[in-house]
Design a binder for this molecule. Structure first.
Ligand SMILES: [Fe+2]
Length: 342
């Protein structure tokens, strides 16, 4: 095993002669990244600035002994950095105390050249293996995080496709859910939500009507007015959707659950479940407006599309009635920005 001659070695000893002896020994072996500190009071600053791979630390120094300096070093070290105690003291009690405080090895004065080199080489090898292990662990953690993200994406995509499949029954393009997601995200952006929240809303909003999969065709596609019983079945798509998305650990699906349950609430509290104003989750209030606008401006088998200007006026007229006033304002701003293709 060849020594790592590029390793950075810090010598901390109040005696400049001792520093010189060690530095010379190391340089003759081929080490070239060596720093030293003779003032134990500022040794930790040198440690932070130099970022050594190994520290040679004198045990007996005035004002502050080696154990105190070692404690300071342990506190600031971001990684495993071996510390070799330099001592002329062979007292077993002193050695035990040093080992107990975290010293990794000892060198006894006067130094024996071969012993110095062997101990340093072995400890540097330990540090190298330690770094290798840490890097492997970091790599593994990164891979696990990537796989978890892939799984989350796959899960959300499957459910979005299921929502789209349900949508195909009364929207032959199947694009309604995606447009609602995009418009909701644009409004969230106007309202100043964080990029992460905006992305979550974009992914979760298309799931709002997933519960319609349980609504029979003769009710979903009925051209005339629904009977009271049929209307009750239709209204259940919010609870069904929320149940389909419930108990998930995925943040997207958890938000989807809240949106599915509450996207037919009204600001004035006269919606499906009678929840009012800010008690309705914001994401659901956004989807309510986006869903209404998109439904109005696109034809369905049972109705014609409304002109965009008329739909915007309709949305505005429901400000503070069906819709959250601040969301209506955000909708107007977002719409002006994106010039939706309708
Ligand atoms: Fe709905």
């Amino acid at each position: 095993m060849a020594p790592d001659l590029d390793a950075r070695i810090l010598i901390i000893d109040d005696n400049p002669d001792m520093v010189w002896i060690l530095q010379t020994l190391l340089e003759r072996e081929g080490y070239h990244e060596i720093a030293s500190a003779t003032d134990p009071g500022t040794a930790v600053d040198t440690f932070i600035a130099f970022e050594p791979d190994l520290v040679l630390l004198d045990l007996h120094m005035p004002n502050k002994n080696g154990l105190d300096v070692m404690a300071e070093i342990k506190e600031v070290a971001r990684d495993f950095v071996p510390v070799v105690m330099l001592t002329g003291d062979l007292n077993p009690e002193v050695r035990l105390r040093a080992l107990g405080s975290g010293a990794h090895d000892f060198l006894t004065k006067p130094f024996e050249k071969t012993e110095v080199h062997l101990r340093i080489r072995n400890l540097l090898e330990t540090r190298r293996l330690h770094k290798l292990l840490r890097n492997e662990n970091e790599l593994l953690e990164k891979k696990v995080a990537e796989r978890t993200q892939d799984l989350e994406r796959a899960k959300v995509e499957i459910l979005q496709r299921l929502a789209m499949a349900s949508e195909f029954r009364d929207d032959c393009t199947g694009e309604h859910t995606q447009r609602v997601g995009e418009l909701s995200a644009r409004m969230a952006l106007v309202l100043g939500l964080s990029p992460r929240q905006v992305d979550l809303i974009r992914a979760a909003a298309p799931l709002h009507d997933i519960g319609k999969i349980a609504v029979p065709d003769h009710i979903l596609l009925k051209e005339g007015r629904l009977t009271t019983e049929e209307w009750e079945v239709m209204k259940r798509h919010t609870d069904t959707g929320a149940r389909m998305l419930s108990k998930s650990v995925s943040p997207t699906l958890r938000l989807g659950e809240r949106i599915a349950l509450s996207h037919h609430e009204r600001w004035d509290g006269t919606g499906y479940h009678g929840i009012r104003a800010a008690n309705v989750p914001l994401a659901a209030r956004l989807v309510t407006v986006a869903d209404a606008f998109d439904a109005m401006t696109h034809p369905r088998p049972y109705k014609e599309a409304l002109a965009v200007d008329a739909a915007i006026e309709e949305i505005k007229s429901e400000r503070a009635r069906q819709f959250d006033p601040s969301v209506v304002d955000a909708f107007c701003d977002a719409y002006a920005d994106m010039k939706l293709a309708v």
